[in-house]
Design a protein around this ligand. Sequence first.
Ligand SMILES: [Zn+2]
Length: 335
Amino acid sequence: MDSCDSVDTPMEDRLKLDEDPLGILVDQTHFCSMVGSLMYLTASRPDFIFPVCMCARYQASPTKKHLEALKRDTRRSTSGSAHFLEDKLVSWSSKKQKSTAISTTEAEYIAMSRCCTQILWMRSQLSDYGFAFNKIPLWVWDLNGEGNFCVKDARDLLDEVFLPKENVVTRWIKSIPIKINVFAWKLHLDRIPTRINLDRRGVQVPSILCPVCNDAHEDTSHLFFSCVVATDIARLICRWWNLTWIPVGSYSDWLAWFNSIRLGSKIKGVLEGVFYVTWWSLWNFRNQLLFANQNPRKDVLFDEVVTRSFSWSLARSKNMFSWDSWLQHPYLIAL
Ligand SMILES: [Zn+2]
């Protein structure tokens, strides 16, 4: 499987393989062992069953074409989870994820968030009937030797084991949802499919200019930090949080500026969350501009950032705070 990367398209949905009588024959033992390994994978990856079985038909005289088909896979991951009430399995799911994850780690994050959503829903349903479940063993994944799972251990594990080459410590903001954290993390690593990034990977794009201003190449630094929409929002956030705005041209500029801000660590986390929500909102804005029928409104972007970050931060905070104090002096909120 060494040359897997050479295949750059995912498998077609309606794959048609034939016997290929005139094709170049390949090593049958090698082919069969690949089919065998993939068959083993189908136990946990049901989306593999169709392509693998399709290829398995030609084990008798495999050709180059069959081998190439075998090396492809469907790129979208499948999330699976099983939910137990006491010792009874009450619900389960196995669903293809809507988006293509960039790494298996990201696919795991998506699967994890799905599973948590389902469990929280079950908990709220049960509480309607008077059953309180406050301690839910979500994972039997003991990373700290104490017999419980916590996100920090998972993050440490990701940093130390899975991401040694990135040389980037993941930043994790508790006040906002997982999907926004994952998005900010991808932005940090420059893995957002901006036009420049797509172009670099050989994807045909109609233009490499920023669709918002048409004035510069659309890369991460431009879209999220120096484009006029981004700087407008950053200015408003600074006014709202009583900070001095300075122009930043990239993520690392932003980080240096952010690190220089003097605020308590908890409230600073909330402010960082506000920026993550801003980037996520900018990305949605840009996507709507490109793909939706109606043009998104620029003038409500900042309001959306304020409202979204308010409801997310409030829902995840131990203390209550009012909408008024969020609007007027968010930096004074006791968390
Ligand atoms: Zn722009």
